[in-house]
Design a protein around this ligand. Structure first.
Ligand code: FES
Length: 116
């Protein structure tokens, strides 16, 4: 099952859409790194929950179907993200499941590195 692929789209603030095939079991950050997606500044802390540069905004229905809710640590980090919304999550904390096929996430205009 680990080799199953799902369709994931990253929408950038300039309207560009990056459509990818992502592996089930990977995080959204893994997808960006492994596929070398050109999203400036994304994932600066490499998934160690210290930067918030992997902030993504989900559609409500996708947000609701994520298997796991944000942990307290993720929430704290999200509070430092620029342009936080009710359906914001951190990409390094979203693990892709088969159910998430067709997932579309918005990358916010400004990426804030909480470490700086
Ligand atoms: Fe830094 Fe997700 S990559 S918090």
């Amino acid at each position: 099952l680990k080799d199953e692929k799902i369709q994931v789209t990253f929408r950038l603030h300039n309207g560009e859409q990056l459509k990818t095939e992502a592996k089930v079991g990977d995080t959204l950050l893994d997808v960006v790194v492994n596929q070398d997606l050109n999203i400036e500044g994304f994932g600066a802390c490499e998934g160690t929950l210290t930067c918030s540069t992997c902030h993504v905004i989900l559609k409500q229905q996708d947000f609701d179907r994520l298997p796991e809710e944000a942990s307290d640590e993720e929430r704290d980090m999200l509070d430092l993200a620029y342009g936080l919304t009710d359906t914001s999550r951190l990409g390094c904390q979203i693990t892709l499941s088969k159910d998430l096929d067709g997932l579309e996430v918005q990358v916010p205009e400004t990426i804030n590195d909480a470490r700086s």
